[in-house]
Design a protein around this ligand. Structure first.
Ligand code: F6P
Length: 749
């Protein structure tokens, strides 16, 4: 308020006073002119009334005339009166009639004529004359002298009143202006605030701004678009994404900030076997994608320690440096009790959320006891994140459906963290998701993220519709940003991928050697074409469907019987769950039945390998095969498809890919199939086996270009760039919310 007084009110009062002071003499002149006119009229009126009494004989009436004059001059303003003859001599005069007011002045021509001003030591006087003739026709003149000191007094009084009234009015106007300005300023600020809070600044196009806010709105919109375009062009300008690019982006955007990854599955599992300890890499798309990224940014990976020898190899803080061959980052293990693992991992995650999100016709099971364990396990991981965070604003990459509650838990304890959550599996439509009894808690937890990532735009839309249906939040559809209780979450699609070029390829022999060794190992004859499938033994992967398709191939194209063998690598997974156990048994039965029907001495149509294979073995299999079958019934992305492509540097091999895997959006040069349509799949198998080497090369070349350009470093890099943008934007918004800058603005109406 004091600043307001100094900057606005004081200058205003000074200006008003100066103006009033400068106009004072004018006011004085005006009032004097009014008084003179007034006295002119008055003098003529008094003169006229005296004229009647003086029309008689002068000499006889001296006493009487002077008596009249003295009576008349009792009026405080009329100072003196005199009667003069035609030669200008005073015949009679009132007592105080000043000698200086002589009778010889020019006679006034008319009754309203202006009197003269006479300045005497005792003040200013107004001298007016009136000429007339006596009854005996002698010219006479009445001289009336009015004291004007009252007029000067009053005109200077009016001058002071005028200044006071002027300043007073000025002050009232100023105060009113200030009040109105303050009110509209507040309204303006409120408008801006609601523009930011209610519509989150990201829905600016939909925001209906008041006229005075429009220029500000335009500016904000321009600044935000510029920010986004800058980021986008940074992604597009990088033709190649490599481990070095990720390191650069992290250094530039999050200079020296800490990167923490949280996933359920750990990248290295230590198992006790035959008296020793073995390190195993799990069959997990998530691990294949993230591991190269972590090697590049050397942070800390927090995961469930699930291996039988995991505890034996960690330090006192449950950490171990990995990869074993050349440590570049830390693995922090979190321990879960068997009950927690049962409820959180097998129960809520894999009997509830997994079938809920995959439309694979296995009914989800939701038990409240599992939910409690899920909440508990999420808390345990949140504790680990807080323990590992060396600063209050780490970059945390939360992975998958095991940790739907974790983003919010982290946000509550590390409000400045940048949380990138990636959902590796599909997100179903709102109606399907709605059957989950804890749908709100899950959405609320996920919306603690800075960025929520999915593989495809379709999953992004499903997620936004689910949020729209079940949460009291605001969604900006243009930028796909959700605002929930002041927290902004950008929902984006980032197709996950693999490392390019895969490090593994340096150690894998050539295609011929791989094929020869593979044939030898699995007893596949020289003239027999090979198909391969590599999956976890999971009912969403469409393993039964692909076996039925192979059976149909033999029915529709019997020429392939004896000339085509399909090798299915099926890594056992989640075997404690009934549906998985039953599924594994069903697959074995089906493979046995087909083998019994079409197999013969020295020829096995289906080779089913129900065991874990380390990545090098898998890559050898890919290089040995003529075709790879990926027939997921529903899949977030499916990295097996991309790994097969990466393994084929000979530009041969055909990929048959399910339309229901996210990868199909990026890889149209594959033979795309509906895995439920066995005839179609059989025809695709036949086409792949009959395809010319030129066509195989053309397709594979194009597929390899996609996987090379859209590799996992681009996946992570884009997320990090977007996170940096959201982080910068949040900082801008935080400043705007505080309104510091508005306080510093000059207060102007
Ligand atoms: O890719 C989906 C995914 O669930 C990963 O998140 C997970 O690591 C992988 O499949 C394997 O599943 P699990 O970790 O349960 O063996």
């Amino acid at each position: 308020m004091s600043r307001l007084w100094v900057r606005f009110l004081l200058p205003l009062v000074l200006i008003l006073a100066t103006v009033a002071y400068a106009t004072g003499p004018l006011v004085e002149r005006l009032t004097m002119a009014w008084f003179r006119r007034d006295l002119d009229i008055r003098a003529q009126v008094i003169g006229a009334s005296l004229e009647a009494s003086l029309a008689g004989d002068d000499a006889a009436g001296k006493e009487r005339v002077e008596g009249i004059f003295n009576r008349v001059t009792r009026d405080e303003r009329l100072y003196g009166v005199a009667l003069c003859d035609e030669r200008g001599r005073v015949l009679y005069a009132s007592t105080l009639f000043p000698a200086e007011a002589d009778c010889r002045a020019e006679p006034a021509q008319q009754a309203s004529a202006q009197g003269k001003l006479l300045e005497l030591p005792n003040g200013p006087f107004h001298v007016a004359t009136r000429d007339f003739e006596t009854e005996s026709r002698r010219p006479r003149r009445i001289v009336l002298v009015h004291d004007m000191s009252f007029a000067t007094r009053r005109s200077s009084d009016s001058r002071h009143y005028f200044i006071l009234v002027f300043v007073g009015i000025g002050l009232v106007v100023a105060l009113l202006t200030m009040i109105v300005a303050q009110l509209s300023f507040r309204g303006w600020i409120e408008g801006l605030r609601s523009m930011i809070r209610r519509r989150s600044l990201l829905d600016l196009d939909g925001f209906r701004a008041t006229p005075e806010l429009r220029p500000v709105l335009r500016e904000f919109r321009r600044a935000l678009r510029q920010l986004e375009e800058e980021q986008r062009s940074r992604d597009e300008s990088r033709v190649e994404w490599t481990p070095a690019s990720i390191r650069d982006v992290l250094r530039e955007e999050f200079s020296g900030e800490q990167v923490l990854v949280v996933s359920n599955r750990e990248p290295y599992i230590h198992e006790r076997r035959d008296g020793g300890i073995e390190v195993r890499k799990p069959a997990s798309g998530l691990v294949s994608a993230l591991e190269p990224v972590m090697r590049a940014c050397s942070g800390t990976w927090i995961a469930h320690g699930s291996g039988s020898a995991d505890r034996e190899v960690v330090d006192a803080d449950d950490r171990i440096a990995v990869p074993p061959e050349k440590a570049t980052y830390q693995l922090r293990r979190v321990w879960l009790t068997p009950e927690e693992e049962e409820g959180y991992y097998y129960g809520f995650s894999n009997e509830g959320l997994w079938p809920l999100c995959h439309i694979a016709h296995t009914r989800p099971i939701f038990r409240s006891a599992d939910w409690e364990r899920y909440v508990q396990a999420n808390r345990r991981f949140a504790d680990a994140v807080v323990e590992e965070a060396r600063r209050d604003d780490p970059v945390v990459l939360v992975q998958d459906y095991h940790f739907a509650l974790l983003p919010k838990m982290i946000r509550e304890r590390l409000p400045n963290a940048t949380i990138l959550t990636f959902w590796h599996i599909p997100w179903p439509n709102a109606e399907s998701f709605g059957i989950c009894p804890w749908r709100q808690e899950i959405l609320d937890g996920l919306l603690g993220s800075t960025i929520m990532g999915f593989h495809t735009p379709h999953h992004v839309n499903n997620f936004l519709e689910t949020v729209d249906r079940y949460m009291e939040s605001r969604i900006d559809r243009e930028s796909n940003v959700v605002s929930l209780q002041g927290n902004l979450t950008a929902v984006r699609h980032y197709p996950i991928s693999i490392e390019w070029p895969p490090r593994l390829m340096d150690t894998i022999p050539g295609v011929r050697e791989c094929a020869a060794e593979f044939r030898r190992r699995h007893g596949i004859g020289a003239g027999v074409r090979i198909g391969i499938g590599v999956d976890r033994l999971d009912y969403t992967k469409g393993i039964e469907e692909r076996l039925w398709a192979i059976e149909r191939l033999f029915e529709l194209y019997p020429e392939w019987i004896g000339h085509f063998t399909f090798v299915q690598i099926a890594a056992p997974t989640r075997a404690k769950i009934d549906s998985y156990r039953n599924f594994g048994e069903d697959v074995t039965r089906l493979a046995d039945r087909i083998n019994a029907r079409f197999g013969r001495e020295g020829y096995v149509p289906i080779v089913l390998l129900k065991q874990h294979h380390e990545p090098p073995e898998v890559y050898r299999g890919f290089r040995a095969a003529d075709l790879c079958l990926v027939t997921s019934l529903h899949d977030g992305m499916n990295l097996v498809a991309k790994e097969f492509i990466a393994a084929r540097d000979d530009e041969q091999g055909v990929l048959i890919l399910s339309l229901f895997a996210g990868a199909s959006r990026e890889l149209p040069e594959a033979l795309l199939v509906n895995p439920y349509d066995f005839d179609q799949c059989a025809r695709a198998l036949h086409a792949a086996l009959s395809m010319s080497p030129e066509e195989r090369r053309a397709r594979m070349r194009s597929l390899r270009a996609v996987v090379r350009d859209f590799n996992v470093f681009r996946w992570a890099g884009r997320m990090v760039l977007d996170a940096a943008m959201v982080r910068r934007r949040s900082r801008v918004l935080k400043h705007v919310r505080n309104w510091d800058f508005l306080e510093r603005l000059p207060v102007a109406p």
